[in-house]
Design a protein around this ligand. Structure first.
Ligand SMILES: Cc1cc2nc3c(=O)[nH]c(=O)nc-3n(C[C@H](O)[C@H](O)[C@H](O)COP(=O)(O)OP(=O)(O)OC[C@H]3O[C@@H](n4cnc5c(N)ncnc54)[C@H](O)[C@@H]3O)c2cc1C
Length: 399
């Protein structure tokens, strides 16, 4: 007797709901059985090939994970730039406290390689320890300083020691950062070097730098100390480096002129959007803006916004995140009622953890998020305000 094909309503129910816990399991190889017994292709199946041969987007994360493995394998097969006895050095200093390398870190390393010849080693000095792969970003040598407390005198002493031991051809710092920008200027004064500041773009031996008037720029010859901004050069590509550790003589006997008295509470509203580590961003799905502000204050977050929220007059233009707003680099980005348009996502690509709060489970922000809450914005913001103990950023143990 012929085998009778039967429909499975439960499976069909799961396959219609991408958020069902068993969806991924079912979608892997399950096609749809129609009422007439015809076996139809399931267009939502992961890796489904359309009639035109176009592969559908795989939202399971499997393709992304596979791409990550493939990227790693590809990197391992790239040629290694090994410098045994460097004839010269270029030092890149990063004060970022993010575990991942920032866009600016990669651009600074790219600039260092544009300036380095075959015998020049690019040294990356990190103020905080990093988890990212420094070899694929272009560090020939790496050194991490002790940043347990704010100690510019001892950090400067380490840089001076490195300068006298290696006499680097160039020092490269991020201009706008508090510690790096300050240390660069301290080092420049102590070495008697006139630094090149606000470097925007390197080309053919000169740095195009912002002028005093923001609308003007000026080409400057390179100096030993370069202070640069994002996109000054392209990150490296096509090779990997050793990222071996750099040994420097211990620097002892520095009598600090600055004493670290510990952290000082700051109003998150005063932190520039591009520098803040925690952003609560509101979009067109916010129904109660007073509650949004209350929630941001209760959580100790800096406020951001989508363009629609700004255009509708709910938020100032300075808070707009995105391609035509500010590019942010937060550790935690909470998007409340923001659909995730490409122009908005562009401004937050480097955020470490994204939490989306939205009523639409299929919106692009939910696809981008590491954690999603499918609920009404006002309900969740009210719950967050209620869960705080009154102190900024302090959540009660709710259980
Ligand atoms: C040239 C150009 C440049 C642009 N630059 C930028 C830019 O820099 N930054 C930017 O943000 N946009 C920019 N845009 C606009 C962008 O395309 C989108 O229109 C905009 O980001 C959408 O904002 P939104 O997500 O807040 O609004 P919507 O797209 O209206 O989305 C609102 C979201 O809220 C959700 N929602 C509704 N009610 C609730 C509720 N009660 N609780 C929870 N969620 C709810 C909805 O499901 C939806 O996902 C640009 C557009 C152009 C053409």
């Amino acid at each position: 007797m012929d085998e009778i094909k039967r429909r499975d309503p439960r499976k069909e129910h799961i396959l219609r709901n991408r958020l069902h816990p068993q969806y991924d399991e079912m979608a892997v190889d399950h096609d749809l059985l129609m009422s007439g017994g015809t076996n139809r292709k399931n267009p939502h199946k992961q890796g489904y090939l359309s009639a035109e041969g176009i592969k559908r987007i795989d939202r399971s994360g499997a393709a992304v994970a596979a791409a990550g493995v493939a990227k790693k394998q590809q990197e391992q097969s790239l040629p290694l730039r090994a410098i045994v006895n460097p004839s010269n050095y270029i030092v890149v200093f990063s004060d970022s406290d993010s575990a991942k390398l920032t866009v600016l870190d990669k651009d600074m390393l790219g600039l260092a390689h544009s300036l380095a010849d075959d015998g020049t080693a690019v040294v990356m000095i990190n103020l905080h320890s990093r988890e990212d792969d420094l070899a694929s970003a272009g560090a020939d040598r790496a050194l991490t300083l002790d940043a347990a407390s704010y100690s510019p005198d001892s950090w400067l002493a380490v840089l001076q020691t490195i300068d006298s031991e290696l006499f680097p051809k160039h020092w490269i710092f991020a201009d706008g950062t508090l510690v790096g920008g300050d240390l660069a200027r301290r080092l420049a004064v102590s070495l008697g070097v006139r630094p090149v500041t606000r470097g925007k773009l390197y080309a053919e031996g000169t740095l195009n730098c912002s002028g005093g008037d923001a609308s003007k720029s000026v080409n400057r010859k390179l100096s030993r100390i370069l202070l640069v901004e994002e996109q000054v050069a392209d990150p490296i590509a096509g090779f990997i480096t050793e990222a071996s550790s750099l040994d420097v003589a211990d620097v002892a006997g520095v009598i600090p002129k600055v004493t670290d008295l510990g952290g000082v509470a700051v109003d998150p509203a005063d932190i520039p959007l591009a520098e803040t580590r925690f952003i609560l961003s509101g979009g067109n799905g916010i129904r109660n803006w007073a509650l949004f502000h209350q929630c941001a204050q209760a959580l100790g977050a800096t406020e951001g916004a989508s363009r629609v929220a700004v255009d509708n007059g709910h938020m100032p233009r300075t808070t707009q995140v995105g391609a035509t707003g500010t590019y942010v680099n937060a550790k935690v980005y909470v998007a409340v009622g923001i659909s995730g348009a490409i122009q908005h996502l562009q401004g937050m690509t480097t955020c470490e953890t994204v939490i989306a709060l939205n009523t639409d489970a299929n919106c692009d922000m939910i696809k981008r998020a590491d954690l999603s809450i499918i609920a009404d914005s006002s309900e969740v913001m009210q719950a967050l305000v209620d869960a705080t103990s009154g102190g900024k950023g302090e959540l009660d143990d709710v259980g």
